[in-house]
Structure formats: structure tokens, C-alpha cells
Design a protein around this ligand. Structure first.
Ligand SMILES: *Cc1c(COP(=O)(O)O)cnc(C)c1O
Length: 454
């Protein structure tokens, strides 16, 4: 076997980025502002009362680069940054593709996913402002785990509302969060008025990220020492994740490669934005030719089958209205194992980039995603998180296309996390019991808070 080029590309620790990249000033067209849900006028920073001031400033910032505090960079070191890029050589051989397949591996973090990149930053800024407790939602549990550790590092309390479907599928996630010192509730829960109402209507409600966000915000409303922390969707989160793509750019330069395809899975959009926004910067400046492909589950297809309009970020309607592709905040998302992708909407900036044609959205079904995950585990050793396996699946599709056309392209995708706590899903897959490919016929688009498209 001949090995072409390095199989693993690392950066020295002092190459951890010193700035986060904010795509706002470089957008091909401006992202519409959030709206007040009652007046429908552009919402001011006050509408984001549940965040601390410094993070609100980041959310609305038009600065291209925001300095990363030293304390946060120090923790990035402990969380295994800079993360490696691997070349999936065995996968290339298996597919008999002339394409080269590279992946940025965020699963190497002690948290097993990319989510610590923003969790640590958010805990830091909240603590700087004297906040003592953070409340949040979690789907698969990765975000709740990340924030639990972020709070532990900064000696803060953490309350996590975990969607019931994931809570019941992934009991060990709860254990990790409790190990890091967090308090965890299955959502909908009896802790909030909203949760109690939903449980009364539907005692076996599977929960959703939208519902859990509503519960977390309600909890913040009742505690003046608490703030809300969000794991995706918000611009500040996408920005914190750009350490991933900035490192990846340097790593690809080190091996003298430019990606032709940059691929990532999308729940709210943070891991993919983290990888692709620094590359999109280059594309918009005419320095790169790459294609950008997002992958979402067919069960919750907001980019591929949803509507681009204003919608609430949560289910109870406690947030401002955000401009995004959505399947409706009342859509009850099917309980796919990729819990991190069970969200009705998408990040506003990424929605604008999809609308402008910069990012091409695609979708994958649960069966084919687990199939790809199994193949990868056997060939490359890493068990992909079911979320990341969406990106993997599409990278394999593109590599197959390259084979048909005999094109020697360079594919880069984000392996946003490992799946060692998602073995319940893999076990169902292996025993042939994995629920099939949900493709909902109907979405919850009749009761959108905003009439008309964008
Ligand atoms: C949460 C999560 C996702 C989805 O969230 P994004 O904000 O879209 O990145 C993807 N992969 C993993 C491993 C996750 O934990």
C-alpha cells in the first residue's frame, strides 16, 4: 500500500487561534434583524435579556475578529485543541475513489464533541459578570455535558433540561453531567409551568430542543443570579466554533491542499459554521473555489423542505423572532438518535448563506447514516456520533461521485464528535431494529408568528 501524503496533520499548541471569526461583516447580503414578537419591529439588544451583556455585544457585533481571552485559550489546551485532521485513507480505498477524504476530529476533546469551544467561553463571560448559575437545554446530551464542564471550570452552578427522548435513550449522558456537578431534568419536566402544561396534554411527550429551551428560559426568569446559555444557532456560538475552521485552514495549508468540498452536519449550525465560515471567507474574497454542503436529517429537514421566514427560537414563544429556515416551532421532531439535530430551525447567518446559494443544503435518512457510521468504524476505528455520521454519509456520497467522474478532488468534513455514548442507536442498527427513515409529510407551518416569506 502506498501512502500519499500525511495521514494526520497536527498544529502546535501555540497555534490555537487568538481570535474568533465573525462572518457578519463579510456576508454577501445582510442577515435580517431579529424582531420583537409583539410589535414585529427590529428587536434591540434588550430582547436578549437572558444573556450577559458581553455576549449580547458579541451577538450583534460587526467586528470581523474578536479576541479570545487567555483563560479560555488555556482551557482550549486542556480540551485537546488544536484538534487533528486525519486522512480517511482506508475509506478512500474502500470506496475506490480518486478523491482524498480528510476530516477534522472534534471528538478528541474530553467531552467527545466540538461543543466545549463555546461552553467554556460562555461560562467565562457569565462569571466575569457575576452570574452564579447557567440554565440550558440539551438534545443528545453533548451540549449539556459541555456546559456542565464549562461551569465546573468556572465554579458555577448548571441546570440542564434534556429532551426526554434522548434522556431515556442515553442514560449515561445524565451521569456525566451529574459527575461534572450539574442538575439534570428530563424535558418536558415538572420544574416549569410550560413543562407541566405539556405533560398534562401529552404525558409521554418526547420533548424537543424548542421545548427544553423554553423551560431553561423560564427557569432563568425566576432566578436573578442565573442566565441562559445556548449550544447552537446564535451568532456568538457559531463565532466561538470558528477555532475549528481556522485551525483546519492552517492544517490544509501545511499539506498543500485546498478543499474542493467542505461538508458538515447541521442541527442549529454551529459545528458546520465553525468549520466552514473561515473557508467561506476565502471563497467570498475569491481566494477559494470550494463547494459547501450542509447535511440535515430527513426527519427534520428545515433547510431542504422548510420555509425561510421569521420564527421563534423556542416552542413556548419566549424568544425574539429570528430569520431562519424552519419546519415550525411547534413541529414535534421525530425521535431520531441524532438528538443534536432535532431542532426546528437553523442559525440565521447560515440561513442567509443557504438562501444566497453559498451553502448547498442536503439531507440524509437515519438508516443510511448509521450504515455509514458502521463502515467508518470498521475502516478508520472511530465510532462517529450519529450527528457527525450525517456529514460522513455525504462525504462518502461525494467521493462516490468523484469515482464515477474520475475526479481527484479534496473533501474535508467535520467529524464533530464520537458516538461512544450513542451505542444504543448503533445496537438497534446492528440488530435490525432501527426505526426507518422518517420523512414527515407535514410540518407545523400554519401557526408561524410571522406572515409571509423573507
Ligand atoms: C450538537 C451536535 C451537533 C449539532 O449541532 P450544531 O450546532 O449544528 O453543530 C453535531 N454534532 C455533534 C457531535 C453534536 O454534539
Amino acid at each position: 500500500m502506498t501512502v500519499f501524503g500525511p495521514l494526520r496533520v497536527d498544529l502546535p499548541v501555540d497555534e490555537i487561534p487568538k481570535f474568533w471569526y465573525n462572518i457578519t461583516p463579510d456576508m454577501p447580503e445582510p442577515c435580517p434583524p431579529p424582531l420583537d414578537p409583539v410589535t414585529k419591529a427590529p428587536a434591540g439588544p434588550d430582547a436578549l435579556w437572558f444573556f450577559p451583556k458581553s455576549l449580547i455585544m458579541q451577538e450583534v457585533s460587526t467586528e470581523r475578529f474578536i479576541q479570545i481571552p487567555d483563560e479560555v485559550r488555556d482551557i482550549y489546551i486542556r480540551m485537546a485543541r488544536p484538534t487533528p485532521i486525519f486522512r480517511a485513507k482506508h475509506l478512500e480505498e474502500h470506496l475506490q475513489t480518486p478523491a482524498e477524504i480528510y476530516y477534522k476530529y472534534e471528538g478528541i476533546s474530553p467531552l467527545g464533541s466540538h461543543k466545549g469551544n463555546t461552553a467554556v467561553a460562555q461560562a467565562y463571560y457569565n462569571r466575569e459578570e457575576g452570574i452564579e448559575r447557567l440554565c440550558t437545554e440539551t438534545g443528545a446530551g453533548q451540549w449539556g455535558t459541555a456546559l456542565s464542564l464549562g461551569c465546573a471550570f468556572f465554579d458555577m452552578k448548571c441546570t440542564v433540561f434534556m429532551t426526554r427522548a434522548s434522556h431515556d435513550q442515553k442514560p449515561y449522558r445524565r451521569t456525566i453531567m451529574e459527575l461534572y456537578g450539574a442538575q439534570v431534568f428530563a424535558s418536558p419536566s415538572k420544574e416549569t409551568e410550560f413543562g407541566r402544561r405539556l405533560l398534562k396534554e401529552q404525558p409521554d411527550h418526547p420533548g424537543s430542543l424548542g421545548v427544553a429551551i423554553s423551560e431553561a428560559i423560564e427557569a432563568v426568569r425566576k432566578d436573578p443570579k442565573a442566565k441562559y446559555s445556548i449550544g447552537s444557532v446564535a451568532n456568538l456560538v457559531l463565532m466561538h466554533q470558528t477555532v475549528v475552521g481556522q485551525e483546519a485552514k492552517k492544517q490544509m495549508e501545511l499539506i498543500d491542499r485546498k478543499p474542493d468540498y467542505v461538508i458538515g452536519c447541521v442541527g442549529g449550525g454551529s459545528n458546520y459554521a465553525g468549520l466552514c465560515y473561515p473557508f467561506i471567507h476565502d471563497k467570498l474574497k475569491g481566494k477559494l473555489q470550494a463547494e459547501f454542503i450542509s447535511v440535515e436529517p430527513k426527519a427534520i429537514p428545515s433547510f431542504t423542505r422548510g420555509t425561510y421566514t421569521y420564527d421563534f427560537g423556542d416552542t413556548a414563544g419566549l424568544t425574539p423572532l429570528f430569520p431562519m429556515y424552519t419546519v415550525g416551532h411547534n413541529f414535534v421532531t421525530p425521535p431520531i438518535h441524532a438528538g443534536g439535530l432535532r431542532y426546528h430551525g437553523k442559525a440565521p447567518s447560515m440561513s442567509t448563506l443557504v438562501k444566497c446559494g453559498v451553502i448547498k443544503p442536503t439531507a440524509a435518512g437515519q438508516q443510511e447514516v448509521f450504515e455509514a457510521g458502521k463502515t467508518f468504524a470498521r475502516l478508520e476505528g472511530i465510532v462517529p456520533a450519529p450527528e457527525s455520521a450525517h456529514a460522513l454519509f455525504m462525504a462518502m456520497e461525494v467521493a462516490r461521485r468523484c469515482k464515477e467522474r474520475n475526479e481527484k478532488k479534496v473533501i474535508l468534513f467535520n467529524m464533530s464528535g464520537h458516538g461512544l455514548l450513542d451505542l444504543g442507536g448503533y445496537s438497534e442498527y446492528l440488530s435490525g431494529k432501527l426505526p426507518g427513515n422518517w420523512e414527515p409529510k407535514q410540518f407545523a407551518l400554519d401557526d408561524l408568528p410571522y406572515k409571509g416569506k423573507l
